[in-house]
Write a protein that binds this ligand. Structure first.
Ligand code: TYD
Length: 206
């Protein structure tokens, strides 16, 4: 079975994941690679419906229900889109994956991060990224970027800044625990400089 390359981008809201994912996609496509660009939550039709619930439902969603909704989105996404693409030998560039659940659902302090991870590992039958790019940025700087560009905040974005500080710390701890998989970049650097650093690392995988 041919095997593609699975690259995920992680980071707080407003860290520039989408911009970097798009620049990476353009570069790989220009190199003649077949690229699938996707995201969680919401990378499939079912996922779009789950995304609307987890991000925009009015009123509370219990923490375990929220974790299961992200995991449900992920299970369907991996089974129907990500695995088939990797089996074809494509490169998958994905905004957010299991690390988002561990960092965000774990950072609420109610859920055990390892249990959150366990649910997603079950959901995905253990699919691991080949590379995870963490766009690390001070939570207040990231919030400033969002404030400039946004009119509608989702449920997570509306959390207090200490929540986002905890998310950032959780991400950095995940990266420190798994340095072979993670590339941590300073998301405050100029866009082109970041893109070049990311390209160098990805080139090493191909
Ligand atoms: P994202 O699509 O990156 O939002 P935006 O397009 O607004 O930048 O992610 C939506 C939110 O979902 C983000 O605040 C993080 C949160 N999230 C979790 O809490 N757990 C998860 O497992 C995932 C995938 C996302």
């Amino acid at each position: 079975m041919s095997r593609g390359v699975f690259i995920t981008l992680e980071g707080g809201d407003g860290s520039g994941k989408t911009t970097q994912a798009e620049l990476l996609r353009e570069w790989l496509a220009a190199e003649g690679r077949t690229v699938v660009r996707t995201r969680e939550p919401g990378g499939t039709e079912v996922g779009v419906e789950v995304r609307e619930i987890v991000l925009h439902h009015r009123g509370d969603i219990s923490p375990r229900a929220e974790a299961l909704l992200y995991a449900a989105d992920r299970a369907h996404h991996v089974a129907t889109l990500v695995r088939p693409a990797l089996e074809r030998g494509d490169i998958v560039i994905q905004d957010r994956y299991i690390d988002s659940s561990v960092a965000y659902q774990g950072a609420g302090r109610v859920l055990d991060p390892e249990e959150v991870r366990g649910i997603s590992e079950w959901a995905t039958e253990g699919l691991r990224p080949d590379l995870t790019i963490l766009l690390d940025l001070d939570a207040d700087v990231a919030r400033g970027r969002l404030d400039e560009s946004r009119t509608r905040f989702d449920r997570l974005e509306a959390e207090a800044s200490d929540f986002h500080d905890r998310v950032r710390e959780a991400y950095l701890a995940l990266a420190a625990a798994d340095p072979d998989r993670f590339l941590v970049v300073d998301a405050g650097l100029p866009v082109d400089e970041l893109a070049a650093t990311i390209r160098d690392r990805v080139a090493g995988l191909l």
